[in-house]
Write a protein that binds this ligand. Structure first.
Ligand SMILES: CC(C)(COP(=O)(O)OP(=O)(O)OC[C@H]1O[C@@H](n2cnc3c(N)ncnc32)[C@H](O)[C@@H]1OP(=O)(O)O)[C@@H](O)C(=O)NCCC(=O)NCCS
Length: 133
């Protein structure tokens, strides 16, 4: 659901890609993560991430998010996006324009809850979301 089609593990953990994911260019991107402390060991683990990526030459951004399977449906997706919308507004962006798959009802529900408008684009098999900031 995150990448619209399966991405192999080797592609996902390629060194160059992980560097790009971890050391972001804050002029172009903002990423928020949710971490959780294991009550037994005290170890911290990232359980969710959301990111905004500015579009080229426009005051607009895309959004991408991923919540760990066992934490989905408990609100982190909504909270991460809510905070990113605030960050985008503070940054002076005018719109957030994510795309998702028609079958991704969970993502669409999160968009709706936060005031995004949804439009189905049948020819491309995607749903376009957008919110004016
Ligand atoms: C989509 C995703 C980001 C949502 O995050 P989340 O933490 O699970 O979402 P929340 O718990 O904040 O809210 C989910 C809402 O969607 C609803 N929902 C979940 N699955 C649903 C479904 N299949 N149909 C309808 N509504 C659904 C929930 O009921 C909830 O709405 P409610 O508060 O009115 O009850 C998360 O599920 C995810 O990471 N999915 C896999 C990756 C992905 O799809 N990323 C987005 C790519 S565009």
């Amino acid at each position: 659901m995150r990448y619209f089609s399966p991405l192999t593990l080797s592609a996902r953990i390629a060194h160059e890609r992980l560097i790009r994911m971890c050391f972001i260019d804050y002029d172009r991107e903002m990423a928020l993560v949710v971490d959780r402390e294991d009550p037994a060991t005290g170890a911290l683990a990232i359980v969710a991430v959301g990111r905004l990526i500015k579009l080229y030459a426009k005051p607009e951004a895309e959004y991408a998010g991923l919540i760990g399977d066992q934490f989905q449906g408990h609100g982190p997706g909504t909270e991460v996006l809510r905070r990113l919308v605030r960050a985008a507004r503070d940054e002076g962006l005018r719109r957030i324009v994510p795309e998702t798959l028609p079958e991704n009802r969970g993502m669409q529900r999160v968009f709706e809850k936060l005031g995004f408008r949804l439009r189905r684009r049948f020819s491309e098999g995607i749903v376009l979301a957008d919110i004016e900031l």
